[in-house]
Design a protein. Structure first.
Length: 280
């Protein structure tokens, strides 16, 4: 995933400020609260520990971005740094205070995580959905903001239609977004979840998943066709009686209460013969 071309980019939304500049403040870590709309839900504890060790040696090299929220400060960007600083036992952290709307906060959080490739596909999908549902952005508007094509956004949001068990496998990195998109083509819930488990257990490729998904979908369609073609015994009996009486092939479509009868003929003379039988 390229960091270039991400809409306006984080630097356009919040210009990168050197720590030496006057608007960087030292803020008490305990006065900072997480953004409840932060798209990233999963933080690697091992990596946080490594960052915390680095901070003990070198301090926090890049300030976090905050906005005022009552008597506290809400994180806009830099939650990983804030968490690591707390682990390192730091009491204060360098920060830039900004006045931002809820939509701007969400947009910045998404772009920050996309640039660092920190979001898993489900987190990314939930972030896009929040921006569209809570802030009224269309897919076209969102694509311009975050530098993704409209089709990319649509395909990503579709992942939220998957069963929770499958979403969890994606979050755990046991399935890729490609696997998940292939599973969306399977209508039967049990078959879909079964294939998801098989992918996870057998480490199937996306190509193999697509082939299996296609096979399952075709089998389901075939079963539905066969079911629709099952003939009511009463209809079958009437069909056989008509065929004997008319001496030709007859089809009855519908039920005992409503439907239509198709009578086959293969020449003008045969049509006349059938009409004479019916008219008797």
């Amino acid at each position: 995933m390229s960091k270039r071309g991400l809409g306006r980019g984080l630097e356009a939304l919040i210009p990168i400020v050197d720590k030496s500049e006057e608007n960087v403040q030292e803020i008490d870590i305990k006065k900072i609260v997480a953004n409840d709309k932060q798209p990233r839900r999963d933080f690697d504890e091992l990596k946080l520990d490594e960052l915390a060790e680095s901070m003990k040696q070198h301090g926090v090299l890049q300030p976090v971005i905050l906005r005022k929220k009552g008597n506290a400060f809400e994180l806009v960007a830099g939650e990983r740094r804030w968490r690591a600083a707390a682990k390192a036992g730091l009491e204060k952290i360098p920060a830039i205070i900004k006045e931002l709307s809820d939509a701007e906060v969400m947009e910045i959080a998404i772009i920050e995580n996309l640039q660092r490739e920190d979001l898993n596909p489900i987190e990314e999908a939930m972030a896009y959905k929040t921006l569209m549902d809570d802030f009224g952005l269309t897919q076209e508007e969102l694509s311009k903001r975050v530098g993704r094509s409209r089709s990319q956004i649509a395909n990503t949001v579709r992942l939220l239609n998957l069963d929770k068990e499958i979403q969890e496998l994606v979050i755990q990195n046991k399935l890729t977004a490609g696997h998940a998109r292939a599973l969306l083509s399977i209508q039967d819930v049990r078959a879909r979840i079964g294939l998801a488990r098989k992918i996870s257990q057998e480490d199937l490729s996306v190509r193999e998943t697509e082939q299996l998904a296609k096979k399952l979908s075709e089998e389901r369609k075939k079963a539905q066709r066969q079911k629709s073609q099952e003939i009511n015994p009463v209809i079958l009996d009437i069909t056989e009686r008509l065929q004997r009486a008319l001496g030709t092939r007859v089809k009855i479509k519908g039920s005992e209460k409503r439907g239509k009868i198709e009578i086959e003929f293969y020449s003008g003379d045969e049509l006349e013969r059938i009409l004479e039988i019916i008219a008797e």
